[in-house]
Ligand binder design. Structure first.
Ligand code: PLP
Length: 312
């Protein structure tokens, strides 16, 4: 089944007069003074010559709210600030985002799960400040199936070796930039081949990340469990979900490691998952149509570490 971490489409605009509250909800931030206001999601908000849309020149975050509580908001705000700095964008202060998120959630109807997207873009040519907004949309139930049933993934090359990020910072590797057209094209390619998701591989043969996720591997040695994921300097997005999982795993006495991994390491593992903020965890069932080991006990343990809601 398809998986991606884009918030639901905003076509569900039940009643434009209610567009300010309900779901989805939009809060526009004025980057000049840090003020914010609820806005009509069905009304135009950006100029067509805004580089945010014309070039995809901006950065973003997507965070999950479960039962009204945002998950790891500070990790998202830290990464947003780092992404903005890497892209030379002046970011509103963290308290501006926090207040705007709170306004969006107050206006949003109560839901089991809400996807909150924070966007910071360049603005039109010559503008002194960027554009920024918070978008909140109901995503309850959307990830139940992938969390429960897992996904099939294809290994796809991403071009470039695993260590290109340090040599070529302009590639914005590791930055959560708005330019996701390549990642979305990779997902469409995978779906045309009958898979659900993608695991990118570097030109020198190392596992990188999913199209919108990090790759988590578990190795068991008796009672001892080690979680592994590719190193952050391999030009991948430093995942907030992966970091939260590693922290919880360490507290449980498990080991965790950043390591260069090959496809063979995935086949030899005791379990492989894709992690990201909205889906949280999706076990990988098959890679390039070859079955990966699955362990219901490891699934249950990892899901408990992240407190993943599980339906059915
Ligand atoms: N890698 C990529 C390319 C992503 O797009 C994402 C999430 O959207 C991740 C990794 C996982 O990051 P996080 O767990 O912070 O959502």
């Amino acid at each position: 089944m398809p998986v991606d971490d884009r918030p639901p489409s905003t076509d569900d605009r039940s009643g434009a007069s209610d567009a300010i509250a309900g779901s989805p909800v939009l809060v526009m931030i004025d980057c000049r003074d840090g003020s914010h206001a609820l806005a009509d999601i069905a009304a135009p908000q950006l100029r067509v010559d805004d580089f945010t849309v014309a070039h995809g020149d901006g950065v973003f975050e997507t965070l999950l709210v479960t039962d009204g509580v945002p998950r790891k908001p500070e990790a998202h705000l830290r990464r947003l600030a780092a992404s903005a700095a890497a892209a030379d964008l002046a970011a509103p202060h963290a308290h501006v985002w926090r207040d705007a998120i709170a306004t969006a959630l107050r206006a949003h109807r109560a839901c089991a799960e809400i996807a909150v997207r924070l966007v910071l873009g360049r603005g039109p040519e010559g503008s002194a400040t960027g554009v920024a907004w918070v978008h909140a949309a109901d995503c309850s139930g959307r990830f139940d199936a992938v969390r429960r049933d897992g996904v099939d993934a294809l290994l796809l090359e991403r071009g470039g070796d695993a260590m290109r990020a340090a040599r070529a910072p302009w590639l914005l590797a590791g930055v959560k930039s708005l330019s996701y057209a390549v990642n979305m094209a990779a997902l469409r390619h995978a779906r045309r081949q009958g898979a659900d998701d993608v695991v990118f591989v570097s030109s020198d043969g190392y596992i990188l990340e999913g199209a919108t996720s990090n790759v988590i591997v578990a190795r068991r040695d008796g009672e001892a469990v080690t979680l592994l994921t590719p190193p952050r300097d391999a030009g991948i997005l430093p995942g907030t979900t992966q970091a939260a999982l590693f922290e919880a795993a360490q507290q449980r006495g498990w080991h965790s490691e950043y390591a260069l991994l090959t496809p063979d390491d995935l086949f030899a593992a005791d379990g492989v998952w894709l992690s990201s903020s909205l889906r949280l965890l999706a076990p990988v069932n098959r890679l390039d149509a070859r079955a990966l080991p699955r362990s219901p006990a490891l699934d249950a343990a990892l899901f408990a570490l992240l407190d993943v809601p599980r339906a059915g």
